[in-house]
Design a protein around this ligand. Structure first.
Ligand code: ZN
Length: 107
């Protein structure tokens, strides 16, 4: 008679500890998952195509680096290298001045 009481109580305590450990290790994994999305080998488009001077009249080219609102897309998203990003942003600014591209639009 005494046997049944002790066995049921001890098994209940053991079950409580088991699942807790599992959920902890699973939660730690989730933290690093977000980065993988943009992790792709990106090479500067202008370096690949060997474009040295970016023509501000080439709106089709420039518009690929301008967000919908007219903002210049940061190079960490486009993969453009620093020297080319500088020329690109200068070209975009010139294009804005002659109204080929919009300034940051107000919404
Ligand atoms: Zn480049």
């Amino acid at each position: 008679m005494a046997d049944t009481a002790t066995s049921s109580s001890s098994s209940g305590g053991g079950q409580d500890r088991g699942p807790r450990r599992d959920s902890r290790s699973g939660g730690a994994r989730e933290g690093g998952g977000g980065r993988k999305f943009f992790r792709r080998k990106k090479v500067c488009k202008f370096c690949v195509e060997k474009i040295d001077s970016i023509n501000y009249k080439d709106v089709r080219l420039l518009s690929g680096f301008v967000a919908e609102r007219g903002k210049i897309v940061p190079r960490r998203l486009t993969g453009v290298c620093t020297p080319h990003q500088r020329r690109l942003s200068e070209a975009i600014k010139q294009a804005r001045n002659i109204a080929l591209l919009p300034f940051a639009a107000r919404f």
